[in-house]
Design a protein around this ligand. Structure first.
Ligand code: URP
Ligand code: ZN
Ligand code: ZN
Length: 460
């Protein structure tokens, strides 16, 4: 099967030009002006932006968490991602404390195998680093192609590891060519504040926000950067939200250390005033919480300064019924928010169209950097000869309205209900096949493949 995409404006992290793309099988085989080739399918991309498929390296599909499961599974989650222009996601396997990494991998494979519509990979979350776990690291990197290891400095008693485990894990991961990602907030301080607020009878979603002040994130980000510097292990801070935490990373650059930073679309476009409405604020109960307007400005600037490398989602949806588990106690509201489908269009509309980032920066932070940081480049994350033909065609001028009534995520509300966006993903190709066209999905579950990733060295 061959496809010819004609006359599109091709945007990569570095280029911007009009050309044709010829795809044979799953990969791009030629790029040029007026290509003289015969193709089984011809797509006219005149007036469209032609960009690499989005990569969202932070999603939680079908994840057991806080006494329930995130409501999108591999089928609904990766399909919704495709509708929004994201062709590859990286999900998190969670080790159960006291059990092996391998048993967790098998559990996650049971949920993902033959169920994904779009491509996916895994980070391995280490919640119990000990002599047995240590022996498994090399196998994950060299055999499974899972080269990133997630750590939590919060969620004490469930997912959190201490600094001793962190340093031990970093040493082992560095030795074999992997990277550590971290949820960097101070779990002990947060637990203290949760208990304090509850003892004062303060149970509304607002107190979720007030239990995780900026200092809890700034302190942990700084500590993580120090441990990464000490061990020499490549580090990546997930869902960074605020000025204090970004300043810790900025400080680390003074010793020529680069800690990779991910923020999420919600932290760029939403702020903490949403917690001021009674229980409705539960829609945005996530960790870390939404921050202030000044933090949004810091994050947009951080993208342009090259300090913030990736815009992900931390997609972790829960039905409203599930959010109600915390109606009398904010600490029981399942943490997380749906955005897997909205990320690319929100970032385009709010970022590119409003002049906050360039088109090249858009591709860099929505796709290319994630591919590079996590060992998938240039197979994924760019438009180049030999790369997987993961391509989106966007109409940059089309206006549309976000709504739970029309989205494809398995969640009964939207954090962006009624938002009017400019820029619509019209056609999506994944490995050479048109998977989305005119708001219709053309493939079934099972089309999505697991992406084995390469070793990484902390450079992009
Ligand atoms: O609120 C969040 N972020 N839920 C998912 C788990 C995590 O911490 O990433
Ligand atoms: Zn987290
Ligand atoms: Zn997460």
């Amino acid at each position: 099967m061959s496809v010819l995409i004609k006359n599109g404006r091709i945007i990569t992290a570095t280029d911007d030009y009009v050309a044709d793309i010829f795809i044979e099988g799953e990969t791009i085989s030629a790029i040029g002006r007026n290509l003289n080739v015969q193709a089984d399918e011809v797509i006219d991309a005149s007036g469209k932006l032609v960009m690499p498929g989005g990569i969202d390296p932070h999603v939680h599909l079908d994840m057991p968490f806080m006494g329930t499961y995130s409501s999108d599974n591999y089928e609904t989650g990766t399909r919704a991602a495709l509708f929004g222009g994201t062709t590859t996601v990286i999900d998190f396997i969670l080790q159960t404390q006291g059990k092996s990494l391998q048993s967790a991998l098998q559990e996650w494979k049971g949920r993902s195998d033959n169920n994904a519509v779009g491509d996916y990979s895994f980070h391995m979350a280490v919640t119990d680093f000990n002599e047995e776990t240590k022996k498994e690291i090399r196998h994950f990197i060299e055999v499974e192609g899972i080269t990133s290891f997630k750590t939590f400095m919060a969620y004490k008693g469930a997912l959190m590891i201490d600094d001793r485990q962190m340093v031990g894990l970093m040493q082992e991961v560095k030795k074999h060519g992997g990277l550590i990602n971290v949820h960097a907030t101070n779990g002990d301080m947060i637990d203290f504040l949760i208990a304090k607020h509850k003892s004062e009878g303060k149970t509304a979603p607002l107190y979720h926000y007030l239990s995780q002040p900026e200092v809890t994130e700034a302190e942990a980000s700084s500590r993580f950067a120090d441990m990464a510097d000490y061990t020499g292990c490549p580090g990546y801070i997930v869902h960074l939200t605020c000025e204090g935490a970004l300043n810790a990373v900025r400080f680390a650059t003074r010793r020529n250390q680069h800690v990779f930073v991910e923020t999420c679309i919600q932290y760029l476009v939403l702020d903490a005033s949403l917690y001021e409405q009674n229980f409705e604020g539960a829609k945005w109960v996530m960790s870390p919480p939404l921050r202030e307007k000044k933090d949004q400005e810091t994050l947009w600037a951080g993208l342009n300064q090259g300090l913030v490398n990736v815009v992900a989602t931390d997609h972790c949806p829960f039905m409203w019924e599930q959010k109600l588990m915390g109606k009398d106690d904010f600490s029981k509201i399942p943490n997380g928010h749906p955005a897997i489908e909205n990320r690319m269009e929100l970032l385009f509309s709010e970022g590119v169209n409003k002049g906050k980032i360039t088109l090249n920066k858009y591709v860099e932070v929505a796709s290319t950097n994630a591919a590079k940081i996590f060992g998938m480049f240039p197979k994924k994350g760019t438009i180049a000869i030999g790369s997987d033909a993961d391509i989106i065609l966007m109409n940059p001028n089309e206006k549309h309205t976000v709504s739970a009534k029309t989205h494809h995520m398995n969640v009964d509300y939207s954090g962006y209900e009624g938002w009017e966006l400019t820029g619509k993903v019209k056609t999506v190709l994944l490995r050479g096949k048109v998977v989305i066209d005119n708001n219709e999905c053309k493939v079934q579950k099972g089309y999505g493949q697991f992406v084995k990733r390469n070793k990484v060295d902390g450079k992009i």
